[in-house]
Design a protein around this ligand. Structure first.
Ligand code: ADP
Ligand code: ADP
Length: 232
């Protein structure tokens, strides 16, 4: 479970304070598949990067599985971060590495022995439907295929949380839908918690059970996706 308690984030821009997030209170239960919807600049990325400790709050606290992030030692923070997979809009793949090598990086980070890596990588590529591209380089892949690599890399460490940052925003609508369908299957299979930030309402409608709206650093609405749809 993820909890935000009175969380604010203030950035300093040319020495004047800018309130990127103001007084966020949120609980995201285990197994949820939740969309965080808002325009560019609403504070979504800042919020998502606080979940895995990449950004620290100016005020308030964040709890992951009932433990305050700021109370964790560096080692515990690293361990916690390994329970979270992250998927990005621009895929963040190393262009000079193959699909296999890109995914292997995540296994090296958690010190998986070399002898165990191949079988794990083959299995995750099968899961995302990309077995035939194992030795391809990112330039040889379509956008949808690159994002399947991104998902595979996030899943390979068996995360409890999947943090998705505009992951369908660079894809055409048909490809985006295929990626969302894949995420849904993964959610059903592994019961992980998915936090999906986006400015695309269609993506939330397609994927998420629940939706949070953000405007100018504040949460302005939370409901089931169906309720949001009925009130549009
Ligand atoms: P979103 O993901 O909804 O587009 P962000 O969390 O990226 O929103 O940004 C929220 C606001 O905070 C934006 O106005 C952005 O310019 C500002 N911001 C984000 N990161 C920084 C930073 N490192 N320094 C200063 N301002 C930032
Ligand atoms: P090898 O043991 O095969 O030489 P390395 O572990 O040295 O491989 O990694 C090779 C390259 O992969 C590094 O130079 C770095 O650019 C990249 N890399 C490896 N691990 C990570 C990581 N955790 N995060 C980002 N990049 C990484």
């Amino acid at each position: 479970m993820i909890e935000f308690k009175n969380v604010s984030k203030i950035y300093n821009i040319n020495k004047s304070p800018f309130h990127a997030l103001t007084d966020i209170n949120l609980t995201i239960p285990d197994g949820a598949i939740i969309g965080i919807l808002g325009k560019s600049g609403a504070g979504k990325s800042t919020l998502l990067r606080m979940v895995n400790g990449l950004i620290t709050p100016s005020q308030g606290e964040i709890l992951v599985d009932s433990r305050a992030l700021h109370s964790l030692s560096e080692r515990e923070q690293r361990f916690m971060r390994h329970t979270m997979g992250m998927v990005f809009q621009n895929f963040n793949l190393f262009q000079t590495k193959t699909v296999y090598q890109n995914i292997e990086i995540a296994l090296k980070a958690i010190a998986t022995p070399k002898s165990e890596r191949k079988a794990k990588i083959e299995a995750v590529l099968e899961q995302v439907g990309l077995s035939s591209k194992i030795h391809s380089y990112p330039q040889q892949l379509s956008g949808g295929e690159k994002q399947r690599v991104g998902i595979a890399r996030a899943l390979i460490t068996n995360p409890k949380y999947l943090l998705c940052d505009e992951m369908t925003s660079a894809l055409d609508p048909k490809t985006a839908k295929e990626i969302l369908d894949l995420l849904q299957i993964i959610h059903q299979q592994y019961r992980l918690t998915i936090i999906f930030i986006t400015h695309q309402i269609e993506a939330v409608m397609h994927l998420c059970q629940e939706v949070i709206l953000m405007e100018q650093g504040r949460v302005t609405h939370r409901s089931t996706t169906l309720d949001l749809f009925l009130h549009l």
